[in-house]
Design a protein. Structure first.
Length: 255
């Protein structure tokens, strides 16, 4: 089975409802029973209102539940939509709604078990993704502590039980499939934790020791010494010239 990447892109431009615009059931109660959302013909106006609703009813694929532990047969249509894609993007019409968190878990489980996807990427700092990946792959650390420390500032909406349930599912999957693990990736560069700077300098020390002193000097003062939220607030208070100087030094290391 070909491995693919499942990317979750939180955005108001995409929604799970748009991927499977069911008129009979697009959500669920906490017990996993269908929560019907009907489209009223009276709510639409114009000569084509009836045909629009009829077309939706013919082509919609109802989502029977948002329970990530339930059966996945109703997601077969999504599998057909994904086809041979290597990346699948999942959005949300609102940030913080429980049903969207739970549905992403459910969809990702389907993509892993039925379509061969093995990576979950989230709008989260790369360094936070590294810590979470070490947890889901190797069991390093305590998830509640990691979530509290990494889901800071604008990322705090991810620190909820439903996302932790998804991450715990990934960890459990890897315990059962140690030779074929699922991975976690942060795909945002708004914050880079100190461990990333340590990884770069460690790599340089091993492979290019003659450059270590130069790289260490260029990185001087760049590695955060606080949590993501505190660091971000302080960074954006810096004068633009200082931010540009920091970016230039970072670029020199890359070059």
């Amino acid at each position: 089975m070909t491995r693919r990447m499942a990317v979750v892109i939180p955005s108001v431009l995409l929604s799970l409802g748009a991927m499977a615009p069911a008129t009979s059931a697009i959500g669920a109660t906490g017990h996993g029973s269908p929560a019907s959302v009907s489209v009223s013909r009276a709510a639409l106006s114009g000569p084509h209102a009836g045909s629009v609703v009829a077309a939706l009813e013919r082509h919609a694929d109802p989502l029977r539940s948002t329970d990530p532990k339930g059966r996945l047969r109703d997601l077969d249509a999504l599998g057909r939509m994904a086809g041979g894609a290597k990346v699948v993007g999942l959005g949300e019409a609102t940030h913080g709604s429980r049903d969207f968190f739970r549905m992403k878990h459910r969809v990702f489980r389907h993509l892993v078990e039925e379509k061969g996807f093995r990576t979950f990427a989230l709008e989260l700092p790369w360094s936070s993704g590294v810590r979470l990946d070490e947890y889901v792959v190797n069991g390093k650390g305590d998830l509640k502590d990691i979530a509290r420390e990494e889901f800071q500032g604008s990322y705090r909406i991810w620190n909820n039980q439903d996302y932790r349930d998804l991450i715990e599912w990934m960890r459990d999957y890897n315990l059962r499939h140690p030779n074929d693990p699922v991975r976690f990736m942060g795909d945002d560069m708004g914050y880079a934790g100190p461990e990333l700077y340590e990884r770069v300098t460690g790599y340089v020390a091993r492979r290019y020791p003659r450059l270590l002193e130069r790289v260490t000097e260029l990185y001087r003062g760049l590695a955060p010494t606080t949590d993501a939220g505190t660091y971000s607030e302080a960074y954006f208070r810096l004068p633009l010239a200082e931010r540009r100087e920091r970016a230039e030094r970072t670029g020199q290391v890359y070059e």
